[in-house]
Design a protein around this ligand. Structure first.
Ligand code: DC
Length: 224
């Protein structure tokens, strides 16, 4: 039987990774956070002292970077060339830089190739990202597009981050979310968009358990 692929796309802060992890755990599938792969390449770019705008060199960094995602869905460990970068990839700088370098077509080509390999292994995989249902796995068994209004996504991100970065304001977080949304959805190569056959879920006013139950229902219906 072909491994089950569940694609979860949507803008940052919509709840994709929380929901992806919950689905993977419930269904016994692998979980792949594809944003973490772009973030790890961004760290490699900084470590290599390469300008994020030097597309040829950034592409070379992406090809050479050994990025590994390991552990169970709730304790994902991300390593770059054997070095644990799990915490480092979550900084503001890494977020911004990942969004910038992910506009480079050759970077995307390299990471998409690796993501497709992940989809061929085991019982199946839940992948979350921006282009999973449109580009990486256009024939995924189930596709979700998870979204929420920017103000709510900013509020959630702010609640998560402000203890670590007390100088951060809600207005900064909202500005950052808006800038990333714009970049991710207007880039020429694989912009964030809703796949025609995706189930769209707006999580603005829904508790996570309710969204999860709805998603599980969709997966079970498709499997019948
Ligand atoms: O999901 P995230 O916030 O961790 O992703 C970080 C950046 O990586 C995001 O701004 C856009 C990019 N990305 C992408 O272009 N394609 C993906 N499949 C996943 C992430």
């Amino acid at each position: 039987m072909k491994p089950l692929v569940i694609a979860i796309d949507g803008p940052s802060g919509a709840g994709k990774s929380t929901l992806g992890r919950m689905l993977a755990r419930e269904l016994g599938l692998l979980y792949a956070d594809t944003g973490a792969m772009y973030r790890a390449v961004a760290i490699a770019v900084v470590a290599g002292n390469v300008s994020a705008h030097d597309e040829a060199r950034v592409a070379e960094v992406a090809r050479r970077a050994r990025v590994e995602l390991s552990g169970d869905p709730d304790h994902i460990r991300v390593t770059l060339d054997g070095r644990d970068v799990t915490a480092e990839i979550r900084t503001e700088q890494a977020s911004r830089l990942a969004s910038v370098i992910s506009t480079i077509p050759e970077v995307r080509r390299e990471l998409v190739r690796r993501q497709r390999e992940m989809g061929r292994s085991g019982a199946g995989v839940v992948l979350d990202g921006r282009d999973i249902g449109t580009v990486v796995f256009p024939d995924a068994g189930v596709k979700f597009f998870v979204t929420a209004v920017p103000e709510e996504r900013a509020r959630r991100r702010y609640e998560q981050d402000h203890a670590k970065a007390p100088a951060l304001t809600l207005a900064d977080t909202l500005a950052d979310i808006n800038a990333r949304d714009l970049r991710d959805s207007t880039r020429a190569d694989s912009p964030l968009k809703i796949a025609e056959d995706a189930v769209v879920i707006d999580t603005t006013e829904l508790p996570v358990e309710e969204v999860f139950a709805r998603m599980l229902e969709v997966v079970r219906e498709r499997q019948m």
